[in-house]
Design a protein around this ligand. Structure first.
Ligand code: DHE
Length: 520
């Protein structure tokens, strides 16, 4: 009798305990829904912000995650919630995001293929531009405020078209080698192909659930998409936008990784990818002659029992490093890549021919991906990039990898841009009380020669030059924002066009020619 009473009491308290655990869980979900779901997705699969799943948080300790929730994340749109949420609520949110989902959706070849949408057949496209402007001096302007893109005539600075994009386009617009087609990647995995001649979206495909970026091969035949979720690289046909290959990103022990970014390396006929969770760089060839890489640090071949880098098109060369490389820039001939890890103290230079690190560089300030530019300074090629962690720009000699100068600025910057026909490099102050400032640096003296405040109180960011470098176009990063066109010589304002949070601007000529003063 006593025994059964004890059992029933235990059962009742067990029910009560699990009922309160359920209530707590649903409270946590409520907090998540209220504060996190809009950016990270109701299902934690990512949206404007990254996916919040244990598989994607391996490099972030729980304590650090609490800090990010409380204080926000540098160089991202993540605000701090320390004043809104209690310490217990933050701990509960951390527990929630480190809890695996019952099932992470599969997004493989079948799902990708099924998502393909053809809006217009390639055979129905016109053979000439349906407008009167220099096709090489067209700009794509991404307006993140209402998820639109404006196509701009770069001579008259007048819009030719404006169209809705997928949710949260991020990163640069990429062009086909002749500059006719433009490709966009959205954070939720959609890759869109746009025909600049007819000003129409041609076709789209969802290549991932949470995507980093897309690169276009030099022969114009392939796109390579780097994903955060699932941990894959996806090769698409640039013509049809249909998938050719899904490459699982794993090291030889089977540890999978998010892709930080993938870039085209023109002289190498390859894509090069930075990985987030394993200290490796991957080079993926699209050169029809390359079937297998020999003698490299980790070749793709039969020795790889996991079959992690399969044979066939797009063989993968895995370059194993001592440290993570979240992102990198290339030197002008794509022989060396200069990279930095988000947590590391130094940058490192990896020679792509020998497949290993050849130098450390003083680049502790964590540049934003693709933020740096190169030019010649006193006879040597230099690389310059702003830091996201402080008000500095590093100028590094690319011959001996020494620091030429650290230029102090009024705050951490996101983007630096120039053009071969201008003596100036422009760098923004993206964060902090001086976010409305833009510095203009003389590339010969490495001194700031002018600082402008185009709209007091509103973030001034991201410069792109027109084809001949005669104008610099700046973004006012606000829903009630604008692009402002400056005369690149006199540094005076020429024109202002209202836009909805214009983030980046991409000039066809500068991009397809891999101009030194802009991103690639
Ligand atoms: Fe970006 C480019 C990653 C936050 C605006 N950003 C890129 C690229 C990568 C990257 C990999 C290169 C892609 C390409 O063009 O092929 N960005 C990251 C981050 O890891 C980071 C720090 C955190 C994150 O949210 O993912 C980050 N980026 C931001 C922003 O918060 C910005 C300012 C606003 C936004 O749209 O989210 C932002 N990123 C941009 C822009 C480019 C970019 C405008 C293209 C610049 C160019 O000139 O090519």
């Amino acid at each position: 009798m006593l025994r059964s009473l004890v059992i029933s009491l235990l059962a009742v308290s067990g029910v009560a305990a699990s009922a309160s655990a359920l209530a707590a869980d649903s409270d946590n979900m409520q907090v998540y829904k209220q504060h996190c779901a809009e950016c990270h997705g109701a299902d934690r699969l990512g949206g404007m912000g990254p996916a919040l799943l244990p598989e994607n948080l391996r490099r972030l300790r729980k304590k650090m995650a609490s800090g990010v929730i409380a204080n926000g994340r540098i160089a991202s749109q993540m605000p701090g919630y320390g004043k809104v949420l209690s310490a217990d609520q933050i701990t509960a949110l951390v527990d929630l995001i480190y809890t695996p989902l019952k099932a992470v959706p599969i997004w493989g070849m079948t799902e990708i293929s099924a998502s393909h949408v053809e809006h217009v057949a390639m055979s129905d496209l016109p053979s000439k531009p349906q407008w009167d402007a220099d096709p090489m001096n067209i700009f794509t302007v991404v307006e993140t405020g209402d998820h639109h893109v404006t196509i701009l005539d770069g001579d008259k600075f007048e819009p030719l078209a404006r169209f809705a994009t997928r949710f949260a386009v991020h990163g640069g617009a990429k062009y086909s080698p002749a500059g006719r087609f433009m490709y966009l990647a959205s954070r939720d995995g959609w890759i869109s192909k746009y025909d600049l001649y007819s000003l129409r979206v041609v076709s789209e495909i969802r290549a991932g659930i949470n995507t980093r970026n897309v690169a276009v091969s030099s022969d114009g035949k392939y796109l390579m998409v780097g994903n955060n979720l699932p941990h894959t690289l996806v090769a698409l046909s640039a013509e049809t936008m249909k998938p050719i290959k899904v490459i699982a990103v794993k090291d030889k022990h089977g540890v999978s990784s998010r892709v930080s970014a993938v870039y085209n390396a023109p002289p190498r006929n390859s894509f090069v990818a930075a990985l987030r969770d394993i200290p490796e760089i991957w080079e993926i060839s699209y050169d029809p002659k390359v079937k297998i890489y020999k003698g490299m640090v980790h070749t793709y071949n039969e020795d790889n029992p996991e079959g992690l880098a399969e044979k066939g098109p797009f063989p993968v060369r895995q370059i194993v490093l001592d440290d993570y490389l979240d992102d990198f820039f290339f030197d002008l001939d794509y022989r060396n890549l200069i990279g930095a890890a988000r947590n590391a103290k130094n940058g490192q230079v990896v020679n792509m021919n020998v497949g290993r690190k050849i130098a450390d560089i003083d680049l502790a300030g964590m540049p934003h991906l693709g933020s740096g530019i190169t030019w010649n300074y006193e006879g040597n090629p230099v690389l310059a990039t702003p830091h996201l962690k402080g008000g500095q720009v590093s100028v590094i000699n690319m011959k001996d990898w020494s620091t030429v100068k650290i230029i102090n600025t009024k705050g951490p910057g996101f983007f630096m841009r120039s053009h071969e026909n201008t003596p100036y490099a422009w760098v923004d102050v993206f964060f902090g009380p001086n976010k409305d400032l833009m510095h203009i640096i003389n590339k010969r003296t490495l001194e700031i020669v002018k600082t402008i405040r185009p709209v007091p109180g509103k973030t001034a960011a991201h410069i792109e030059f027109d084809r001949d470098g005669s104008h610099a176009i700046l973004s006012i990063w606000d829903r009630d924002g604008a692009i402002i066109i400056y005369d690149a010589k006199t540094l005076e304002e020429v024109k202002r066009l209202p836009m909805n949070k214009p983030s980046g601007k991409y000039n066809v000529w500068n991009k397809i020619n891999y101009a030194a003063g802009t991103s690639h």
